[in-house]
Write a protein that binds this ligand. Structure first.
Ligand SMILES: Cc1cc2nc3c(=O)[nH]c(=O)nc-3n(C[C@H](O)[C@H](O)[C@H](O)COP(=O)(O)O)c2cc1C
Ligand code: SF4
Ligand code: SF4
Length: 258
């Protein structure tokens, strides 16, 4: 069997969990498809029944990031075993895990396990600070080991994977046109433009951000070495205040499904 990783992870928490889960599995990773890079979202990828794929995405507004849908159309399985993972920022994952599972199962994948993990919230370091932490990573490793034994079972002995979530999925609001601003402390290092998953930041003038492309993933804000990028907006401030007052003292725990 060939183990493959397929993920989208602008601020890195999803990637961390996939590394821990796969690191505990009996199969070496054959291919890694990092869909955070726009060029990888153009690739047509076909998996066979000899492949196992761990698919991981962050939760955006209780759903999977909708910008991934065109790239998912280019991915095809053929009785390919899959593990579905969502990372959420300590609020809720709502219907994201169900949506991920459904979208892959309708493309030739067979879900054998799934998990909802917690990562530091993209919008603030005060919610789920530094998660996934050691406890989360230990659970991720134990999850990987549990999957090893699941993979040894015969196909006919595998029960259908059931995860939390409901359909129709949570309704999405119209996308906002807000983009991060750049203040004068910017040292023009180019990191934000290099890692923007949407290529929305002009590398020749990092203050210029294309509002049509930006998905407000916060990669540029979290990766900037001089904290020069931020959202300057009353509505975002209200959301952050609400997140911090409701969720900074709450610890949600990982949920696993087999
Ligand atoms: C646009 C957007 C919407 C989000 N919506 C939710 C949400 O509905 N529930 C939640 O708990 N966290 C939400 N988050 C937080 C992310 O799910 C969380 O920070 C995740 O760990 C980010 O994954 P990454 O590090 O792989 O990018 C949202 C983040 C962004 C950028
Ligand atoms: S410009 Fe927008 S899409 Fe690009 S990294 Fe920043 S928040 Fe994410
Ligand atoms: S990462 Fe920060 S310092 Fe570097 S170019 Fe972008 S805004 Fe400027």
């Amino acid at each position: 069997m060939n183990l493959n990783l397929l993920y989208f992870s602008p601020t890195g928490t999803t990637e961390k969990i996939l590394e821990s889960v796969s690191g505990a599995m009996d199969y070496p990773v054959k291919n890694t498809y990092d869909l955070t890079r726009s060029e990888n979202r153009e690739k047509h990828i076909t998996f066979s029944d000899e492949d196992i794929v761990i698919v991981g995405v962050p939760v955006y507004a209780g759903r999977i990031p909708q910008i991934l849908l065109p790239s998912f159309e280019k991915i095809q399985g053929k009785a390919t075993k899959a593990i579905f993972i969502v990372l959420y920022g300590n609020r809720d994952y709502d219907d994201a895990l169900l949506e991920l599972k459904n979208r892959f199962e309708e493309r030739g994948f067979i879900g054998i396990a799934a998990g909802a993990f917690i990562g530091e919230h993209s919008y603030t370091t005060k919610v789920a600070t530094d998660r996934p932490d050691q406890g989360d990573l230990a659970i991720a490793k134990a999850f990987g080991k549990e999957i090893n034994s699941k993979l040894e079972q015969r196909q006919e002995n595998l029960s259908e994977l059931v995860v939390k979530g409901s359909f129709p999925y949570k309704a999405l609001n119209a996308a906002s046109k807000l983009v991060p601003t750049t203040d004068d402390t910017c040292i023009d290092c180019g990191i934000c433009a290099k890692f923007c998953p949407m290529d929305a930041i002009n590398p020749l003038n990092v203050k210029e951000i294309d509002a049509e492309k930006c998905i407000r993933c916060c990669s540029c804000i979290k990766k900037c070495p001089t904290q020069s990028k931020q959202f300057v907006n009353e509505n975002i401030d209200k959301i952050i205040t609400m997140l911090e007052s409701n969720l900074s003292n709450v610890r949600k725990e990982v949920e696993l499904f087999f």
